[in-house]
Design a binder for this molecule. Structure first.
Ligand code: AMP
Length: 397
């Protein structure tokens, strides 16, 4: 079934509640990176073109105690949005009450309101994050139409993304926005991927990726494993990994995967190794069988890079989660960058899934050249695990 989008609804003069993802980094009251705000503009502009009354919701950070309120105030987003749109965005500093209700009552077509951080409701009783029934019903009562355009939280059932559409008066008036539409379109091509279909997995812990590995090992032709997580697989194969990262609780899982699907798993054969986890010390390149007890591998080595490239050469679909080395240290980001560039230079249909690898692609200027860089870390991973996303399911109902 095709999921409904904002294009499918009549929104003229309607009060349109849009759940955006404005969870942007803010330092000293200033927005450090406005990518997510820019990403929401297509849906907002479309709603304005169609003469809707636009009411925006978003979370920002986590609110656990009183002191979290100030640093997670959404007001800077309203200012930024006003300047990007070239029109006033009225900020309501609370999540409920007379001021909000009056402001909505007095809206004209093409007016925009941004409601305070939905997680202010978490301060007492975690109402937003637990999808409190009363809260979802209250927010739903404020509008006629609900649009979910926050992919990053689609794997969570919160009041602002699942509660509102559940309680909306006319439940046929719910749809997704353009940002989620784009994400789903890109990820859906992984349902029946053109083959060879190669998965690249890196990052720190196997535990976090067990669901992804279990699901993708059935679908992919090969899974190339780098990053810290490769060492748990290598340990399971009987190699000495020195002081390299080990996720000991996942060794049995790795053994099982290697036994049952070993022909699909490609592990590194060499590494950039060092004795200290710093950028200062020089590293050496060593084969996996030569690591001493004092050494740790912080990036894949050149032989591994070529090995991975040989599997990617004819790939028709690639999905990549997690860096192949300690990306935060300049010396150990090299091979992640090289492989990213290889994919772009060879025009291989690549989907980057998750914050770290998208950030890496951004820094080496290839983010806009890949087929898709997915914005929702947790949501993308759960999608890759084959799980249903509640924020999408509720629209599908
Ligand atoms: P994840 O959140 O699981 O995608 O993990 C990302 C983290 O994995 C980054 O902070 C990297 O520094 C880390 N990482 C990648 N390769 C290694 C490695 N060889 N040793 C230790 N940490 C690594």
């Amino acid at each position: 079934m095709k999921i409904k989008t904002i294009r499918d609804l009549d929104i003229k003069n309607k009060k349109v509640l849009i759940r955006c993802d404005f969870n942007v980094p803010i330092k000293d009251g200033k927005i450090v990176d406005d990518t997510r705000i820019v990403g929401a503009l297509d849906t907002i502009c479309y709603a304005l073109e169609k003469d809707a009354k636009v009411i925006l919701f978003s979370h920002l950070g986590r609110v656990k105690e009183e002191k979290d309120l100030e640093k997670n105030n959404l007001e800077p987003v309203a200012k930024k949005l006003s300047s990007l749109l070239g029109r006033n965005v009225k900020f309501i500093p609370t999540t409920r009450g007379q001021e909000l209700e009056n402001a909505i009552q007095n809206m004209k077509s093409k007016d925009i309101i941004l409601v305070q951080n939905t997680r202010y409701e978490d301060l007492e009783g975690k109402k937003e994050s637990s999808n409190d029934c009363e809260l979802g019903a209250y927010w739903a009562s404020l509008g006629d139409v609900f649009i979910n355009d926050a992919f990053g939280t689609a794997h969570r059932a919160h009041a602002s993304n699942v509660g509102i559409p559940t309680h909306l008066n006319d439940k046929s008036n719910v749809a997704i926005g353009f940002l989620i539409e784009k994400e789903l379109k890109a990820l859906e091509c992984l349902e029946n991927p053109k083959k060879p279909y190669i998965v690249i997995l890196g990052g720190a812990k196997v535990t976090d990726k067990i669901g992804v590995i279990e699901n993708l090992v059935k679908k992919a032709d090969k899974i190339l494993i780098g990053g810290g997580m490769a060492f748990t697989f290598l340990k399971a194969e009987g190699f000495h990994i020195g002081k390299s990262l080990l996720d000991s609780e996942s060794i049995d899982f790795c053994k099982k995967v290697l036994k049952e699907q070993g022909e699909k798993i490609v592990l590194p054969v060499d590494f950039a190794v060092t004795n200290e986890f710093t950028n200062e010390e020089e590293y050496r390149v060593k084969d996996i069988s030569d690591l001493s007890v004092e050494e740790m591998g912080l990036d894949i080595g050149p032989k591994t890079l070529h090995l991975f490239e040989s599997y990617l050469e004819n790939a028709k679909t690639v999905v990549w989660n997690g860096p192949l080395g300690v990306y935060e240290l300049e010396k150990y980001k090299k091979n992640t960058d090289k492989l990213l560039k290889y994919l772009v230079d060879h025009n291989i249909k690549t989907i980057l899934a998750g914050g770290d690898i998208v950030a890496a692609a951004n820094v080496c200027n290839v983010k806009d050249k890949v087929y898709h860089a997915s914005t929702g870390g947790g949501a993308t991973l759960e999608y890759l695990e084959g799980k249903k996303l509640p924020g999408i399911e509720v629209i599908n109902k």
